[in-house]
Design a protein around this ligand. Structure first.
Ligand code: HPA
Ligand code: ZN
Length: 327
């Protein structure tokens, strides 16, 4: 119908996509074969059948295992190009891609290999598909501050290829404060700052992401609704929340999509956006997320759809001149 058509056809930006989470089972098997990597699942079907998650950690274990097939720059380029083609089909015109260098450097794949493949894909996305993009390097929060600093050091020769830094992986027990000094250093370097907070963790983690890390956007942030004072602040300062509805249901943050709080976030004036997080694992890309959410939440209207698209551009790290060219 009309609303579905609007959701699919409207231009949009994606701001919360872990590129390793776009690796479809078919590509995992193809890369395993190409690279001579052995997998602990006998088939594409068996791997996909293992995608039944109970919480964030149950997903992360299988997500890190899937990334083990990525060895060469070409693998990273192929993975990102497959994502960009899906994004193009969903009328995504701008994407900010998270990547997890530590998942790869821990396996002996160099930072240079990772960034070279991803940078090539970003250039091809512009040339072949008309999608602008940038890269956000995430620190794994279950690892130490020292390891994060070492990763930042490795990234320095490629500083110009990174628009910002983020914080992902296991949230509970790893509060933002653990990375206060790393983020202070990144801020001095002029990097944009974001962090996952309030996905499984409490509203206190959203407060400390804002006040200690000084992030510009909160990734997820859906548990902010438990704290009315926090909600007022997020609304007043128009702090963007990169919400990922299918992810939230798959990881049991909400039992069903009809319990999702996206409509509440928007109606309280927050700059919420819709994103896919790890589309190969959570059952869908951008338009699947929009359609599933609007189908489950009848209070969401065309006005909310326009607002979500506008929020995605407002919240992006595209410079002001390019943003005004979009309008
Ligand atoms: N949360 C935390 N870490 C992640 C996620 C997520 O949703 N996806 C990939 N790494
Ligand atoms: Zn995420």
């Amino acid at each position: 119908d009309k609303l579905h058509h609007l959701l699919r056809a409207m231009p949009k930006a994606e701001l919360h996509i872990h590129i390793e989470g776009s690796l479809e089972p078919e590509l995992i098997f193809a890369l395993a074969q190409r690279n001579g990597v052995s997998l602990s699942y006998p088939s594409v079907e068996a791997l996909r059948a293992a995608y039944a998650f109970t919480d964030l950690q149950s997903f992360l274990d299988i997500y890190y295992a899937g990334a083990s097939v990525l060895l060469k720059a070409q693998d990273f380029e192929d993975m990102a190009m497959a994502y960009f083609r899906r994004a193009r089909a969903d009328n995504v015109v701008h994407a900010e891609l998270f990547f997890d260098p530590q998942t790869h450097t821990a396996r002996g794949v160099s930072f240079e290999t990772v960034i070279t493949g991803l940078t090539h894909a970003c250039a091809r996305a512009q040339a072949e598909l008309g999608i602008s993009s940038s890269l956000i390097m995430c620190f794994l929060r279950h690892l130490s501050e020292e390891e994060a600093f070492a990763t930042l050091e490795e990234a320095m020769p490629f500083r110009s290829q990174i628009v910002g830094v983020g914080l992902d992986s296991s949230e509970r027990g790893h509060p933002p404060e653990k990375f206060a000094r790393v983020f202070a250093k990144c801020r001095e370097l002029g990097l944009h700052l974001v962090a996952h907070a309030g996905e499984e963790g409490p509203p206190a983690y959203v407060w400390s992401a804002l006040d200690v890390l000084k992030v510009e956007r909160i990734d997820h942030g859906v548990r902010s609704v438990e704290d009315p004072v926090l909600m007022q602040r997020l609304a007043r300062e128009r702090v963007p929340l990169t919400v990922c509805p299918l992810s939230n249901v798959k990881l049991c943050v909400f039992k069903t999509m009809s319990e999702h709080n996206l409509a509440t976030l928007l109606d309280q004036g927050l700059a919420a956006t819709v994103n896919s997080d790890d589309p190969a694992y959570f059952g869908g890309y951008m338009n699947d997320n929009f359609v599933a959410t609007f189908d489950a939440l009848p209070q969401l209207t065309a006005r909310h759809a326009y607002q979500l698209a506008a929020n995605s551009f407002e919240a992006s790290f595209v410079d002001a001149a390019a943003k005004s060219a979009w309008k």
